[in-house]
Ligand binder design. Structure first.
Ligand code: ATP
Ligand code: MG
Ligand code: MG
Length: 342
């Protein structure tokens, strides 16, 4: 493999491109919108996912196709896959694009999720609330991120409708949120990074802390769950698995078939970070050493947090990553800082 095609040119595509270049590989980014990754990749195609000739030319210019964004239309994927392999595979993408399919798959391999009900239209909602109860959360099946497309239902009378096919999820009374970033190579070898403790604010990831401070039994269970998912999907690449810690055990919140924001700490905490691990996996190289060699707190720089960059630039132990995005709008992820202890 010499050139890797990446669908999506956001910050994840950007950091994947940097990691690929370090390994002597080239990246070609395909991105219909604004592309922070465009200035570090070797090539950028700015075209919609409906542009068949652009898709064809893109696929022909690369050896393997991966993605940093899971909501690529099926028609585009079909065309791309007829020309080059897509890693992680289509099943991983299909399962994780849709919360209903995802939860059904997870339960099917014996993993616990929040109780859920399919809400295809407004008329399904009363029965779903009657079954799942309140408090609960109505989430659109597709396209949601950073808590977008979600409505909290506090009592049966307050039910609104998002307008799109949704799932109603029972509210999980968790003591902590953790995530496992796991890699699976083309040869089936699996390597997990240490689970991180995640703190969200307003539905957006704020910080990830490693070590997570939870008992070894919990972190081991979390890694085993992530490995079961990766193996069941015959996954190749890096995957993020978000989990709720409860007294009854671990509950899987969702999976992301790509490098994950809660894995950014690996850039400062591991010899081989999640981005390089993903590139290695999709390029068919052996996985690298992902052992944690430092205690790290990753903090996202969101919107106005950019005002703190001058101070962070002179803070000992702070590793700053800026995505080169233009305007710092509220809620927009502009960068992150990895702080190492000591
Ligand atoms: P992401 O940016 O992680 O993809 P998302 O929009 O897909 O976010 P979720 O991960 O489903 O959203 O939910 C965002 C946050 O809301 C979770 O991390 C958790 O803090 C809270 N949350 C979601 N579902 C539940 C639930 N069933 N019970 C309790 N809290 C929940
Ligand atoms: Mg999500
Ligand atoms: Mg999430």
């Amino acid at each position: 493999t010499r050139t890797i095609g990446i669908l999506g040119g956001g910050q994840l595509g950007r950091m994947l491109s940097v990691a690929a270049s370090r390994l002597g590989l080239r990246c070609h980014i395909y991105e219909p919108g604004a592309a922070p990754a465009g200035d570090v990749a070797h090539a950028l195609t700015s075209a919609p996912y409906e542009d068949e000739s652009a898709l064809r030319a893109f696929a022909q210019s690369v050896d393997v196709i991966t993605y940093e964004f899971e909501n690529v239309p099926t028609s585009a994927l079909d065309l791309l896959e007829s020309i080059r392999p897509i890693r992680p595979n289509r099943r991983a993408l299909a399962v994780s694009q849709d919360r209903l399919t995802e939860k059904t798959f997870l339960n099917g391999i014996g993993l616990a999720t929040a109780p859920f009900a399919d809400v295809q239209s407004q008329t399904d909602l009363p029965a779903a609330i009657a079954r799942i109860g309140a408090p609960s959360i109505l989430k659109t099946r597709r396209m949601g991120y950073d808590g977008k497309g979600q409505i909290r239902i506090t009592d049966a009378g307050s039910a609104e409708w998002t307008g799109a096919p949704s799932v109603l999820e029972g509210f999980v009374d968790f003591s902590a949120e953790i995530s496992v970033i796991i890699a699976r190579g083309a040869d089936g070898q699996v390597a997990a990074f240490d689970p991180g403790l995640n703190h969200h604010e307003g539905g957006i990831l704020r910080t990830t802390t490693v070590p997570c401070g939870l008992p070894g039994k919990v972190t081991t269970d979390a890694v085993l769950i992530a490995a079961r998912i990766a193996n069941a999907l015959e996954y190749v690449g890096v995957m993020g698995v978000e989990l709720f810690v409860t007294p009854q055990g671990l509950i899987v919140n969702e999976i992301a078939p790509r490098v994950h924001n809660s894995g950014h700490w690996t850039q400062a905490g591991c010899v081989v970070d999640q981005f390089e691990q993903h590139i290695r996996a999709v390029a068919g190289l052996p996985l690298g050493d992902g052992r944690r060699h430092a205690d790290v707190v990753m903090e996202n720089l969101i919107g106005d947090d950019m005002a703190r960059v001058p101070e962070l630039l002179t803070t000992a132990g702070a590793q700053i990553h800026l995505y080169g995005k233009g305007e710092a709008r509220p809620g927009r992820k502009m960068g992150h800082v990895n702080r190492i202890a000591g």
